[in-house]
Design a protein around this ligand. Structure first.
Ligand code: GLY
Length: 284
């Protein structure tokens, strides 16, 4: 029984963008499902799904990333393999359009978990990843710093035929951030988590998500037998109570998946054993 769930970021999105966002997450889910349905791994599926969204300028990741207060792009991403609990992550890397590919290379190399800042380019060049041309990741929408790109992020979670879980998350972070700021997305247990029981990708206020280790708190609830929807709901409520922040989550376990958010919208697409679903998110 395979499943892939994709999100395009929690936040407030103008209604005229809804169709484009839904198309984007559907295309990303289809890319992941194509891998799962031919027996591929959940790890490959989540990376393929997130790569689609990084190249789509509608989303706050890769091309279309939110800008720092200096008008530059610095991206964060991570990918986690639930079967081994191995992680690869990158944080605050300037002009990196395919952050999830570099995170996957970090995981595959296995030497470190997280590479940050411009020095990550030394490793990127070793694995054949080149910087985007100057300004190529900056879209007009990001330049205008509209509210709807302030909280978005993209992510995917999957379960493959062998019952293995994986999660991947990629983002430009929050608009107007300081250069060097690293959010929740590349931090295992905060914005991304996968283990033998579930996979989770979060979006929203990075600082709030970090303060409550949101993804890990959901995983612990699932491990102790809480149904997945309730686990996500309880952890999001805790985040709201402790930080007054906002977030959204996609999660998958052995029998179900969940997509819930505190904000007004979160584009989501899922394909589970060939059954497609999509929405602008379920608010709690
Ligand atoms: N959740 C994305 C960020 O705060 O960077």
């Amino acid at each position: 029984m395979t499943a892939i769930v994709v999100h395009g970021g929690a936040g407030l999105v103008a209604a005229e963008r809804h169709a484009r966002l839904r198309d984007g997450v559907r295309a990303a889910a289809a890319a992941g499902d194509a891998i799962l349905s031919r027996g591929g791994s959940s790890l490959d599926a989540v990376v393929a799904a997130v790569r689609v969204l990084e190249d789509d300028p509608e989303f706050n990741a890769g091309c279309g990333s939110a800008l720092t207060r200096d008008g530059t792009v610095e991206t964060d991403a991570s990918v986690m393999d639930g079967a081994t609990q191995r992680v690869g992550a990158v944080g605050a890397v300037p002009d990196l359009g395919c952050a999830i590919a570099l995170a996957r290379a970090v995981l595959d190399r296995g030497e470190h978990v997280l590479l940050a800042g411009s020095s990550a380019w030394d490793f990127a060049r070793e694995v054949g990843i080149a910087p985007a041309p100057a300004g190529a990741l900056i879209t007009e929408r990001a330049r205008m710093r509209l509210a709807d790109v302030q909280k978005g992020t993209v992510g995917a979670v999957a379960r493959d035929r062998d019952g293995r879980f994986a999660a991947a998350t990629s983002t430009g972070g929050i608009a107007g951030k300081r250069r060097g700021r690293v959010g929740d997305s590349p931090i295992p247990g905060a914005g991304t988590w996968a283990d033998a029981h579930c996979a989770i990708s979060a979006t929203g206020d990075g600082e709030a998500i970090l303060r409550v280790a949101l993804a890990h708190s959901i995983a612990m609830r699932i491990a102790s037998g809480t149904p997945i929807d309730r686990a996500v709901r309880e952890s999001l409520s805790e985040l709201q109570r402790v930080t007054n922040g906002s977030a959204g989550v996609i999660a998958v376990d052995r029998s179900a998946f969940s997509a819930l958010q505190l904000s007004s919208t979160m584009p989501v697409a899922a394909i589970s054993d060939g059954v497609h679903a999509d929405s602008m998110g379920t608010q709690i």
